[in-house]
Design a protein around this ligand. Structure first.
Ligand code: SAH
Length: 394
């Protein structure tokens, strides 16, 4: 047994804190086994025990030798995040609150539809990007989730559906990184966790069914295609820079032209053709929902293979914004249709358990007092919604 290794960066010492195998990618697990003098095929066995059978005790991993089970017990553990609560909506949406190592909580949401079951997973505790219409941003940022904490949400969800049984049909068929946080600000851990979602010995989802959603961290997006080929969603929300600067402040650093070029490059790096990017556009009453916005959006996206997902804004206390009206939504959608775009409208699910997009983890943790400051500003009436800021660059 080595006491440390240059290859993995993992320090293996009998008294050291145990390594949580839950979050190790197949590559890292392979290096871990190499470091303790074990064969590669152990990787497949252990991945299956953890992610397909939901086993956390090494003693129960019966196709490993007794010696190896004991060795693993000394050095490692399989520790999912602690489940704090689970809520079921009337419409079948399910939401879990899980506690991470530092005691803070994050949420994951499952949304059943006719032909699929989508799990929405968090990548950070809070978020640093502070998009003006997102409840998570109002909490401030605490820290990145580890790969174990990210894949742990999938583990908890699959387990809660009585998963881990090969004879049953899958309940979770898709995973979207659209919970709390900005996945590209937690690059390595998100890539490792998504690798497990797709690995045949773990959750075995196809790359088309694992989606990373970003507000546009361009340098990280530029690297993403070198290490993965998951589906990509871009949170656009505005068809011009002045308006997007207000709604998605990271746009001031990486404006639309740079972001869309980076998204196109991502598609070019994928080995298969015919992939499309999903453009997410949250429609906010009288902010970004006018016909002019739709036409400008259609023009902006002309060169990008994409489909457009319209998300009616989900209100939260003191947001200062209102949900788009039904008429404005239809008008917006029809303009895009007529220009030949594939457009979907995200139906609001889990309303009764506050499980909708942008509503996650509003109440249990004010991480940096940003939420309190936001409420204070609102009380002083400074936080008026943005109205038609800079349409057409004006
Ligand atoms: N940070 C990532 C993923 C998190 S949010 C991103 O920005 O893509 C997932 C989606 O929900 C994003 O498109 C986000 O802009 C949107 N969203 C956030 N708050 C919302 C709200 N209150 N109503 C509707 N959509 C919201």
């Amino acid at each position: 047994m080595t006491s440390s290794t240059e290859t993995t960066g993992i320090v293996i010492e009998p008294q050291a804190e145990k390594i949580n195998l839950l979050g190790l990618s197949a590559d890292k697990l392979e290096r871990f086994f190499a470091d303790i003098g074990e064969k590669r095929f152990r990787v497949q066995q252990v991945l299956k025990w953890i992610h397909q059978r939901g086993v956390t005790e090494f003693a129960a991993m019966t196709d490993l030798s007794k010696g190896l089970r004991e060795k693993l017990g000394d050095l490692a553990e399989v520790r999912p995040p602690e489940l704090v609560s689970q809520h079921d909506s009337k419409d079948g949406t399910r939401k879990w609150l899980v506690r991470t190592d530092g005691g803070e909580c994050v949420e994951a949401v499952f949304i059943p539809e006719k032909d699929r079951g989508t799990l929405c997973v968090s990548s950070q505790i809070g978020c640093s990007l502070d998009c003006s219409f997102c409840a998570t941003g109002k909490q401030g940022f605490n820290r990145n989730l580890s790969a174990a904490e990210i894949i742990g949400q999938v583990w908890v969800a699959v387990k809660s559906f009585g998963g881990f049984d090969e004879r049953r049909d899958r309940v979770v068929t898709n995973v979207v990184m659209m919970g709390m946080g900005e996945p590209l600000m937690n690059f390595d851990n998100v890539v490792d966790a998504m690798g497990l979602m797709m690995h045949d010995c773990a959750y075995g989802l196809s790359k088309r069914r694992v989606t990373l959603s970003t507000a546009g961290v361009v340098p990280a997006l530029d690297r993403l295609g070198d290490v993965t080929d998951v589906s990509l969603a871009i949170s656009l929300h505005a068809p011009n820079n002045p308006l997007r600067n207000e709604l998605v402040p990271i746009n001031r650093k990486y404006p639309l032209e740079i972001l869309l070029a980076s998204a196109r490059n991502y598609l070019h790096k994928l080995p298969d053709t015919h992939r499309k990017i999903t453009i997410e556009y949250t429609l906010i009453d009288q902010v970004n929902d006018r016909p002019e916005h739709a036409r400008e959006l259609a023009q902006l996206l002309k060169e990008l293979p994409c489909k457009i997902n319209l998300i009616p804004f989900n209100p939260f206390p003191n947001s200062g914004y209102a949900r788009v009206s039904g008429n404005a939504l239809e008008r917006f959608r029809d303009i895009l249709y007529k220009q030949g775009y594939t457009v979907t409208v995200r139906s609001t699910r889990g309303d009764d358990i506050a499980a909708a997009c942008g509503q996650l983890a509003g109440d249990f943790n004010d991480l940096t007092r940003r939420k309190a400051r936001h409420e204070e500003r609102y009380r002083r009436n400074e936080n008026q919604p943005v109205r038609m800021v800079g349409f057409n660059g004006s």
